[in-house]
Design a protein around this ligand. Sequence first.
Ligand code: MN
Length: 191
Amino acid sequence: MYKLIELPYAQDALEPVISAQTLSFHHGKHLQTYVDNLNKLLPGSGMEDKTLEEIVATSSGAIFNNAGQILNHNMYFTQFASPAESDASLRILKQIEEQWGSLSAFQAEFEAKGVGLFGNGWVWLSAQSDGKLVITQETNAGNPVTKGLKPLLTFDVWEHAYYLDYQNRRAAHLSALWRIVNWKVIEERYK
Ligand code: MN
């Protein structure tokens, strides 16, 4: 049985970037629904003992959609913290600077890929097996583990992630999210 993950911060900790109201619907309703659905689908599927990553990498259809959305949201919600300074000494930030020239150049490409994603989906920063970083777009419940990549950071571009706070302004939402990214978590995922 999968359980809804607990948020590692208070419901209003990410304001004004993500409101407590958005968080309560996004975490308490949307993610809860994916958890409930997967728990109904898994019995008898032969996947009961697999990890979420294994299920996402090997399944399809309704199981993939619900497991993918749980994995994606678990990574999404746990990568944030109250607005804080980033630590430039982190290896992940050095690697970003080496490949993109600057953090802001990387952020511009990441945001553009999020804005340019048609419909529902996720924009991802992932690591290849050689440690090089790549930005990819995934539609619907997609996750880069299906391409053999190690997912590190993700922005949810489904409308439920931002519509209450930003309405149709997806670009404004994505550019605001950098203020709450907890780079120490991304660094841990990169190890
Ligand atoms: Mn979402």
